[in-house]
Design a protein. Structure first.
Length: 265
């Protein structure tokens, strides 16, 4: 922390800042570590590398992958220019992965091939907009010469317009490839939305991943768009209230940060 900034902060608050920062970092890191290792184990290793092994074996592999992910993340951190650069990289990757998730969640016509295509194409444009191919194509020079001035800052394409570019290309790729590839089986989709529309009960004891209790029935869902290919439900009263309350707490947190930053100023 800058010496002048530290002198302006009341005693004890620096420790509070550090504790809060470490807590937020650890909560994100452990969630990503577990989620990444579980996804690789269940979706790649288990079906393609070693099918039919014991659950103990898969747990061991998951733990080894978690350790490998941590080591790789630490090594990658040394390649970053700054914390801000790392945060921008995180935003970009999360946004790219979210295209297939959100389209597949609300549109029955989405396909696995389209999910792969949109992710790969969007990631390629992440590299393009970040000027990773500057010897071949300098996107910053192109932006300076051909795009409006408000899209450029310090001779480089602004981050919001980088994100707008690869997200737009990713969504278009997802939709186009989905329309030109075979539909997913209706039975698989019905099972997916059956799980999504079935509320969880306190005494529920799932026997396998992504399953619903026997004889359960999904709640009747009113759709925002009345079309068989769309699964966009109308928000319930509880959802709206929860959304507003959550944003109220976000506003309180932002106001608290400004208040603490102003102490001793």
């Amino acid at each position: 922390m800058d010496a002048h900034a530290a002198a302006a902060v009341a005693p004890g608050l620096i420790g509070l800042f550090l504790a809060s920062m470490l807590a937020s970092v650890m909560s994100s890191c452990d969630a990503m570590m577990v989620a990444s290792s579980a996804l690789v184990t269940e979706n790649i290793y288990r079906p393609f590398v070693a099918p039919g092994r014991s659950q103990r074996h898969y747990v061991f592999i998951g733990r080894m992958l978690a350790a490998a992910i941590v080591v790789a993340s630490v090594l990658y951190a040394f390649l970053l220019e700054s914390v801000l650069h790392g945060l921008e990289t995180f935003w970009k990757i999360q946004a790219v992965m979210g295209i297939a998730f959100w389209v597949g969640l609300f549109w029955r016509r989405a396909t696995a091939a389209a999910a792969w295509a949109s992710t790969l194409v969007a990631f390629f444009f992440v590299l393009v907009t970040a000027n990773a191919f500057s010897p071949i194509f300098d996107v910053n020079q192109f932006a300076v010469n051909h795009l409006p001035a408000f899209t450029v800052h310090n001779g480089a394409l602004r981050l919001p317009f980088q994100m707008l570019t690869y997200l737009s290309v990713g969504f278009v790729t997802m939709i186009v490839v989905s329309l030109f590839t075979s539909r997913v089986e209706s039975a698989r989709l019905d099972r997916l939305y059956h799980c999504l529309h079935t509320p969880i009960t306190p005494d529920e004891n799932p026997t396998e991943p992504f399953s619903v209790p026997e004889h359960s029935r999904p709640e009747s869902v009113r759709k925002l768009i009345r079309h068989p290919d769309f699964e966009i439900p109308l928000p319930s009263r509880v959802s709206v209230i929860g959304f507003l309350v959550a944003w109220m707490f976000v506003g309180i947190l932002i106001a608290t940060v400004y208040w603490i930053a102003g102490i001793g100023a």
